[in-house]
Design a protein around this ligand. Structure first.
Ligand code: AR6
Length: 173
């Protein structure tokens, strides 16, 4: 599996699946979630509403991941995950690692070979981007045996890109 980190807007990624840093409602929000819904158009919201009516009436739990179609986005699937919210006392790194691990497992399950991921929880949810980077890299390295061939971390700023590059350069992770 190739693992890389770039600076960019994840909505422009031409990969099989992109990961969304959603909230439990799955009905949209700000940050990368807002950007993904804006670029995908109403089909994505309709797919999320369908999940809420059927398999996820209470919403998506923190740490879990679920795929939908991608509407007008250039990718084929959006994998929604819910990061822990540090402002609400959700400070267990295992929850954050679970987001990345479960997103990758969902990617493998649906047959996605190339996956782009943002810095889940590093924005509105208040986590230190360096800690997000460490958990994200550890989770992905733990899943190198799956059929996913490429994981690309797509970061929105140079400082966040730098901490992801540092985590990737650390062989202990
Ligand atoms: N491409 C890549 N990364 C982005 C983009 C983009 N287009 N836009 C923002 N980021 P956040 P969270 C970065 O706040 O902390 C929403 O309202 C951003 O700079 O999007 O998990 C949801 O509905 C940051 O580094 O997600 C939830 O309520 C990272 O993505 C809540 O925010 C994550 O920031 C989730 O908060």
């Amino acid at each position: 599996m190739d693992i890389e980190a770039i600076r960019g807007d994840i909505t422009a990624e031409r990969v099989d699946a992109i990961v969304n840093a959603a909230n439990s409602s799955l009905l949209g929000g700000g940050g990368v979630d807002g950007a993904i819904h804006a670029a995908a158009g109403p089909e994505l919201l309709a797919a999320c509403r369908a999940l809420r009516r059927t398999t996820l009436p209470d919403g998506l739990p923190v740490g879990a991941a679920v795929a939908t179609g991608a509407g007008a986005l250039p990718c084929r699937w959006v994998i929604h995950t819910v990061g822990p919210n540090a402002h609400r006392g959700q400070t267990d790194p295992a929850l954050l690692r679970a987001c990345f691990r479960n997103s990758l497992d969902e990617a493998a399950r649906i047959g996605a070979r190339t996956v782009a991921m943002p810095a889940v929880s590093a924005g509105v949810y208040g986590w230190d981007p360096a800690e997000v980077a460490r958990e994200a890299v550890a989770a992905v390295r733990d899943r190198t045996g799956t059929d996913v061939e490429l994981v690309r971390f797509v970061l929105f700023s140079d400082p966040v890109l730098a901490v992801f590059r540092a985590a990737l350069d650390d062989p202990g992770r």
